[in-house]
Design a protein around this ligand. Structure first.
Ligand SMILES: [Cu+2]
Length: 123
């Protein structure tokens, strides 16, 4: 009887881990919404970047609209080393950063202290 109970608990725990892992994984990547000849993605900054990966279409002018809710000074700065961008994100305001989409590739960005990471994929 005990063994059956342990087996059931084990299955539930594994199920939870799988759900947690894949649930988070699937919500991580978002493709930009296209409007005319431009594209935009909203990224909420709250204990990290959500979504943490944004996909942009190559050669279409793009912007990321950051909405920083997190009060910590850790996330107040966002740095895109590949684009030479380092900007301050005002709390509870939208802040638009234009992204160069003339080159395809994967470009990482991070907070000012390089603790939280996000990624831009241009393809
Ligand atoms: Cu930081």
């Amino acid at each position: 009887m005990d063994k059956i109970l342990i087996a059931i608990i084990a299955v539930l725990v594994i199920g939870f881990i799988v759900w947690w892992f894949f649930g988070r994984h699937s919500s991580k990547e978002v493709t930009a919404e296209r409007k005319g000849n431009s594209q935009n993605v909203d990224v909420v900054v709250n204990g990290g970047y959500n979504p943490s990966t944004v996909v942009l279409k190559k050669d279409i002018p793009a912007q990321i609209t950051f909405k920083r809710k997190d009060p910590s000074s850790c996330l107040e700065q966002v740095v895109f080393p590949d684009f030479g961008i380092s900007e301050f994100l005002p709390q509870n305001q939208e802040h638009v950063i234009k992204i160069d989409t003339t080159k395809a590739g994967e470009f990482d960005y991070a907070c000012g202290m390089n603790m939280f990471h996000g990624k831009v994929i241009v393809k």
